[in-house]
Design a binder for this molecule. Structure first.
Ligand code: OAD
Length: 252
């Protein structure tokens, strides 16, 4: 696969001292996690995710939204990171400074061994109180759905960012800082339709820093990037890491 990369791209990757990487649902597609905009299957096919993933939907029908996330949590628990996730963890080991920013809530980057992942949209593995907006680690299972906050009795909800909600301010600030200070930016497996995450590559472009997109399909970002690699991240990323930082074989 290395022959397919332009030599300048490999040079740019090798020369970078600080790399920022933004990932979206596409990087988990090869693990079997449906992307956000793919049709839901089975029981949930009749619902539009954009209508379930809002605070208003939760207020209208808390059990429905809780159960939808419970189903998605079960799906995510059954899948494993794919070669794309592992390649990014390897990039952090072999390469220079790397900040990994994800819009995914599936925890697969951490499972693959990536350190210090910035989760812009929260995590499906965590729960918080809808009223207090504070994380909750343990609660009594009374059979009530959703369960209640042990502190205030409010309803529990997944600790993810819904439409019409703000991103966690610290995570967003760290992501913006990374995008404003990197000398190479990767946008991987994201449709680039949802702000503020979608705006991150533009901080690098404004400073004339190279931006590399990895996605089998074109996106609104494609026409602006320095390198567009049209392919699945599970194939492209391992080949790119191997081309940029070939593993030195031990003698003998
Ligand atoms: P989308 O589902 O919008 O886009 C997934 C992208 O991955 C598409 O551009 C696909 O072409 C691409 N893709 C598919 N398979 C791929 C593969 N094997 N390798 C690389 N790319 C592949 O997902 P996101 O861009 O992550 O937010 O969506 C952004 C946000 O929209 C989500 O985090 C979610 C949603 O609203 C919230 O829930 C707040």
């Amino acid at each position: 696969m290395s022959a397919k990369f332009p030599p300048q791209l490999i040079e740019v990757v090798r020369a970078a001292a600080q790399i920022a990487v933004l990932t979206g649902a596409g990087i988990s597609a090869e693990s079997g996690v449906p992307t956000f905009r793919q049709a839901q299957s089975g029981l949930w096919a009749q619902y539009d995710p954009q209508e379930l993933a809002t605070p208003q939907a939760f207020q209208r029908n808390p059990p429905l939204v809780w159960e939808w996330y419970a189903w998605r949590r079960t799906l995510v628990e059954q899948v494993q990171p794919n070669p794309g996730h592992f390649a990014l963890a390897e990039m952090a080991r072999r390469g220079p400074g790397l900040t990994l920013i994800t819009q995914n809530i599936d925890g697969l980057h951490q499972k693959a061994g990536s350190p210090n992942v910035i989760e812009l949209h929260g995590s499906i593995r965590r729960v918080k109180c809808f009223s207090e907006d504070q994380p909750v680690e343990q609660w009594a299972e009374t059979g009530e759905i959703p369960p209640r906050c042990p502190r205030c009795g409010g309803l529990l909800r997944p600790d993810v960012v819904w439409f019409n909600e703000n991103l966690p301010p610290q995570a967003l600030q760290a992501a913006i800082t990374a995008a404003k200070t990197c000398d190479l930016f990767f946008s991987i497996g994201t449709s680039g339709l949802v702000n503020p995450a979608a705006s991150l590559p533009y901080y690098a472009l404004e400073r004339d820093k190279p931006v590399v997109e990895i996605n089998p399909e074109p996106t609104p970002l494609t026409e602006y990037v320095s390198y567009s690699i049209q392919g699945p991240s599970g194939i492209v990323l391992p080949a790119l890491v191997e081309s940029a930082w070939p593993q030195v074989k031990a003698p003998g």
